[in-house]
Write a protein of this length. Structure first.
Length: 93
């Protein structure tokens, strides 16, 4: 029991020594950002959509912004619209 208590006290003293060398503003900012990020990720995990689907949606959204991919998508949409328009108005007089 004494060995465990000594280890905890040693770790506590070591942590205090390390943290005293860190800028308090930096430490506070890092703690706030970390806390916010963990809460945000936890809420994403607990959401109905789920974190995996949300990440995939974000990834594909970013991929669609690449100029070559965007051009290809727009070309395919234009081709589909033209085909649909021709099919609808095929028998117009």
């Amino acid at each position: 029991m004494e060995v465990g208590k000594e280890l905890v006290l040693h770790a506590h003293d070591k942590a205090i020594d390390v943290l005293q060398r860190v800028n308090p503003l930096l430490l506070t900012s890092a703690t706030a950002i970390t806390t916010y990020s963990l809460i945000y990720l936890w809420n994403l995990h607990r959401d109905d959509i789920g974190i995996r689907k949300r990440l995939m949606r974000t990834l594909f959204s970013l991929i669609k912004r690449v100029p070559s991919v965007k051009k290809k998508i727009n070309d395919e949409i234009a081709k589909a619209e033209k085909s649909l328009h021709q099919t609808i108005h095929e028998h117009d007089g």
